[in-house]
Design a protein around this ligand. Sequence first.
Ligand code: ADP
Ligand code: UVW
Ligand code: MG
Length: 367
Amino acid sequence: MRILTVNPGSSSLKISLLEPDDALHTRIELPTGGADRQAERVLAQVARLPRPDAVGVRFVHGGRDHTRPVLIDEEVTKRLYALADLAPLHQPQSLYALGEIRRALPGVPAVACFDTAFHADLPDAAATYALPVEWRERFGLRRYGFHGLSHAYATRRAAELLGAAPSGLRMVVCHLGAGASLAAVDGGRSVDTTMGFTPLDGLVMATRAGAIDPGIPLWLLAHGVPAREIGDVLEHRSGLRALAGTGDMRRLRARAASGDEAAEAALAVYHHRLRAAAAAMTAALGGLDALVFTGGVGEHDPDLRRRLVAGMAHLGAEIDPALNAAARGDALISPAGARVATIVVTAREDLEIAAGTRSALTGTAAP
Ligand SMILES: Nc1ncnc2c1ncn2[C@@H]1O[C@H](COP(=O)(O)OP(=O)(O)O)[C@@H](O)[C@H]1O
Ligand SMILES: CC(=O)OP(=O)(O)O
Ligand SMILES: [Mg+2]
């Protein structure tokens, strides 16, 4: 089956057309953020590409109902709308893209593939919030975890590069893009992750603060800051953007290199949290065989990789500076014989979406 994949991220819209053998026919990437007109034009363009047999759309949140890819019918669409406010940077964009694609490609079946699916079997101890059971049941409060399409692909690909089966490996997968999360993956299964009920939790991100004391929004509410403003700040005006004026890691790097102190300080905060979270993931695994970097920042920022690996030296992580600097595409960057293998994997959520789409339509299990 030829599959069109649609991946709306918080800073980009990525579209791929994949041939039946997964060869990439076309790839379109568009920065997002108030550029709906442009998104509309790009999405309309897909009508001029060779007609796909199916469309796969990334939805970050599947809620309680969806833990595997699902053919989108009216019923499913309703449920996806109901989940929109759980991921305001993503879910509305996915629904918008779905609508435009349906208009451009009438009659082509569409499948929703979920970030949350990879984490659906988190152990109870990792998934459970210590909150009243009435709340947990009524509102579905639990750790869902996100970036699962990327974590799943990176897990498989890293094992492949190591010539090992995922079943024998304890990995920490670092998906570092505009949004960022870590997954502790034991034998191919997610056993802990830094994002929670929503994609606001965990690491410092481009425009999100990551984990903060839940007392902060409560205190702000009590002091007259409207809920809407709190939400807007936490989604759009926090993270690296709040600390240094830009959420774009490339720009931040350039500023830090030219001596900008706010940029340096922002990177220090980012790294502090990243290192602590990586250690927490390792603790959940009881040890570490492989550290995997993926996502726009993870793939392209050798200094960030060097700093995190240095922070994990006590666990046996080591980096080969030449391999790290030269890494393009998928690469092993630890020295031969290192106790922990460190690997860079190009994020291919499109391949994961295509596999999920085919499996939903043919009733076979996804890889
Ligand atoms: N060479 C680079 N060095 C550092 N960061 C980079 C580089 N290239 C891209 N990035 C960063 O990757 C991020 C985008 O990652 P991506 O995974 O595409 O995001 P998303 O899918 O969340 O929209 C941006 O912050 C961008 O600055
Ligand atoms: C879940 C999430 O934050 O995704 P992205 O990194 O694509 O914005
Ligand atoms: Mg992304």
